[in-house]
Design a protein around this ligand. Structure first.
Ligand code: ADP
Length: 191
């Protein structure tokens, strides 16, 4: 049975929004809080959305081999704590991870039997740009940088176990819930 659910998408597609929603829909799911060196956004809570650390702190955790995978995205580091994954597998607790495409592939390679990799597609490149602009967290330069990754990310997306489009949010939440509940059938009570 799959216990590890990785969610990836080009930046701005709606990963965070979907993760927040699905954690409310399926309370048995825990969220793996990643470590990052990137700046904390206004609405983000340290220890809940991410663990925000300095480059030096990140490097020292890296040296101590505390991460299962880590990525450098536009000069900022993102890493998944090894102990969270191992704990979840040992206890049989389902875990949700929000990861960049390469990070998700790395987790899938490490835990192929336990991982379901999920890729979320934006309806179009134009919609993606509008969402990034609408989110209001990134300046024009960073939005441009983020958009340069989309083709690489969509290519990677083809290797994921499942994918769907986040067009209408409510429909996308239902779709994600369905994907996860098929796997968790028998493990948790029906909703
Ligand atoms: P990501 O985590 O993939 O970078 P976010 O979850 O931050 O993306 O979403 C980017 C922006 O798009 C946010 O402002 C969010 O509210 C908005 N958004 C997410 N999903 C939808 C949707 N289905 N329709 C319209 N706007 C959306």
């Amino acid at each position: 049975m799959k216990l590890i659910y990785t969610i990836s998408a080009p930046s701005g597609t709606g990963k965070s929004t979907l993760c927040k929603a699905i954690l409310k829909e399926i309370p048995e799911l825990s969220f793996s809080v990643s470590y990052t060196t990137r700046l904390q956004r206004d609405k983000e809570i340290n220890g809940v959305d991410y663990n925000f650390v300095s480059h030096a702190e990140f490097q020292s955790m890296l040296d101590m081999e505390q991460f299962s995978e880590y990525e450098d995205v536009h000069g900022q580091f993102y890493g998944t704590l090894k102990s969270i994954l191992e704990d979840s597998i040992m206890k049989g607790n389902p875990l949700l991870l929000e990861l960049d495409v390469k990070g998700a592939m790395a987790i899938k390679e490490l835990y192929p039997e336990q991982t379901l990799s999920i890729f979320v597609k934006p309806p179009s490149e134009d919609v993606l740009r509008l969402r990034l602009e609408g989110r209001g967290t990134d300046d024009k330069v960073l939005i441009k940088k983020r958009l340069t990754r989309i083709h690489m990310e969509l290519e990677y997306g083809k290797m994921f176990d499942v994918s769907f489009i986040n067009d209408d949010l409510e429909t996308a939440i239902k779709e994600l819930k369905h994907i996860i509940l098929i796997e968790l059938k028998g493990k948790i009570h029906e909703y």
